[in-house]
Design a protein around this ligand. Structure first.
Ligand code: NAD
Length: 286
């Protein structure tokens, strides 16, 4: 079997098109566009690219996108004051503080200060708690993107064995929760898992979110499995690679995401969906 590619770029653009229509409708009904405010502290080169993309894409779909750049030596108090101001600003629907933050700032304190109704990154304790309880709330964007990719290729997790590799708060744990909510039988593997190959071989759905190039060997993949590779690794060849050994895995899977062009484009698309959902929920809550 040779897997078909899951084209995250095309699916991400399709989601953006849907958002354009929904944003126009929101703006017509409420007399203002949904607003996404992104905060960047410092000058980490990768973060600069990410936040710029978020600002530009939000504007492209008709939202009010705003980027707040703060110098690397910004105090935690100043950052918390900005978050507080955005929390109280009625025109701000979504707040995203780009990680990583400089070492003198406690990320948990900053995230915990964001109004859960504006938590479009889905990282506050309230958002994580709602997800764990299976209640509606804002969900981290990359995991939502993975679920949308599964849906787009007609993969219903119900009754399937799903193996999630990685247990981070940002990716692994929320993906596992979402798969569980869709009635998959979920195994979470991590750095202390023994015999990873045996665990992966059970997966009808395999989601790799580790950050180690080619950790997941192609020969481990169950024939016909759907493979979603979240990992982003810069290889010795200077190119981006996932966590899954791509060609041998492709020879066994039914569907597989490429890296780049798989999960990556979905993350920003889902951020737009979250911002729109947050805007609607805030209006409904009034
Ligand atoms: P993280 O470092 O927070 O977590 C990595 C996880 O991998 C940990 O839970 C750890 O237990 C597990 N792990 C480490 N070594 C392992 C091993 N040998 N076997 C099994 N598990 C092991 O990383 P993260 O934030 O969850 O991100 C994971 C990857 O996904 C990174 O490459 C990151 O760049 C990428 N990522 C991509 C997107 C995107 O939009 N495409 C978004 C977020 C993260």
């Amino acid at each position: 079997m040779t897997a078909q590619l899951i084209d995250g770029k095309a699916i991400g653009l399709k989601v953006q098109d849907e958002v354009v229509t929904r944003v126009a409708e929101f703006t017509r009904l409420h007399g203002r566009a949904p607003g996404l405010d992104v905060v960047l502290v410092g000058d980490d080169p990768a973060s600069q690219v990410y936040v710029r993309n978020k600002e530009l894409t939000s504007k492209k779909v008709g939202m009010r996108g705003m980027l707040h750049r703060l110098p690397a030596d910004t105090s935690q108090t100043t950052l918390l004051e900005l978050v507080d101001r955005l929390n109280r600003d009625d025109l701000v629907d979504g707040i995203l503080v780009q990680m990583p933050l400089p070492p003198h700032i406690d990320a948990e304190t900053v995230i915990g200060t964001i109004d859960p109704l504006k938590d479009v990154d889905g990282l506050t304790p309230i958002s994580a708690g709602l997800l764990a309880l299976g209640r509606p709330g804002l969900v981290p964007c990359t995991p939502m993107g993975c679920m949308r990719l599964l849906a787009e290729v007609g993969c219903d997790p119900k009754g399937k064995r799903a193996v999630v590799i990685g247990r981070s708060v940002l990716v692994g744990k929320p993906i596992a929760q979402l798969l569980l909510a869709r009635h998959a039988t979920v195994t979470i593997a991590h750095s202390r898992t023994t015999d990873l190959g045996k665990v992966v071989a059970e997966g009808d759905i395999v989601i790799a979110a580790v950050g180690k190039e080619a950790l997941v060997r192609g020969e481990w993949i169950k024939p016909g499995a759907v493979v979603i590779d979240v990992g982003i690794n810069r290889g010795p060849d200077g190119k981006l690679h996932g966590d899954v050994e791509f060609e041998p895995a492709k020879a066994r899977a039914s569907w597989i995401t490429p890296v780049p062009g798989g999960v990556g484009p979905m993350t920003i698309a889902m951020l737009l969906c979250n911002t729109l959902d947050a805007a609607k929920a805030r209006i409904t809550a009034r």
